[in-house]
Design a protein around this ligand. Structure first.
Ligand code: DX5
Ligand code: ZN
Length: 222
């Protein structure tokens, strides 16, 4: 099974995105955290900055919307060419309708679950999504510690994905390091977001390689 390492530019130097994108050019996708100061108590940036990132990036954009009313805002991110657009289950009015709209525009559709949000209601809807993001910290800030009690959700998701044969990526986000990536990979994740661990490394490319090799060695052969 292939694994993906998606560095989060939340941990990058916001005044030097072009240079920062260059430091992670060997990654699979670049994870872009959109926060609105309502759904989460933090604020980043919106569509205009994302459009510029889309122009500059040499790898695809993986958008993580931590915003209220994604039904209104998410399609705009797909329209600007983002490869993948993930919105929060807790914020969406009609998750299935929104995912269908994102796919119609041409993006991969993702649904994200906060640590306390149960996964069971989404197991039977897996065909509607291209990615499920299991948050391994409370959304809002980088640099927090991995919450291991979220792992049973990944076990359930991996089981459901395997039994249906669907091509749904299982993503984890928050506190991913070369240590915690082992736990997440063994639990069933195949797509790993890492902010601090990559951008605070002296050599981000070497850290991306280390995360990728570690994940590969621990993902289940499903
Ligand atoms: C948290 C964001 C994450 C964050 C991860 O709300 O969704 O993408 O950047 O940062 P680290 O890897 O530092 O926990
Ligand atoms: Zn994120």
């Amino acid at each position: 099974m292939s694994v993906r390492i998606n560095p989060s530019i939340l941990a990058a130097d916001f005044a030097n995105f072009e240079r920062e994108l260059g430091r992670i050019a060997s990654a699979d996708l670049v994870h872009v955290d959109i926060m609105d100061n309502h759904f989460v108590p933090n604020l980043t940036f919106g569509p205009a900055m994302t459009e510029r990132l889309q122009e500059l990036a040499t790898i695809p954009l993986d958008i993580h919307l931590m915003i209220d009313d994604p039904d209104r805002w998410a399609p705009g991110y797909a329209e600007l060419g983002a490869y993948s657009v993930t919105f929060h289950a807790e914020a969406a009015r009609d998750a299935v309708a929104l995912a269908r709209k994102l796919r119609d525009i041409g993006a991969r559709a993702g649904i994200a679950l906060k640590p306390g949000t149960p996964v069971e209601p989404y197991l039977e809807l897996l065909a509607e999504f291209d990615q499920v993001l299991v948050m391994t910290v409370e959304p809002g800030f980088g640099g927090q510690s991995f919450i291991e009690s979220t792992m049973p959700k990944l076990h359930l998701l991996r089981e459901a994905v395997s039994s249906t044969g669907l091509d749904v990526w299982l993503q984890v986000d928050g506190g991913i390091t070369e240590k915690t990536i082992v736990i997440a990979a063994e639990a069933g994740a195949d797509t790993f977001v890492a902010g601090s661990s990559v951008f605070k490394a002296d050599d981000p490319a070497a850290q991306i390689d280390l995360l990728r090799e570690t994940a590969r060695a621990h993902v289940h052969a499903h």
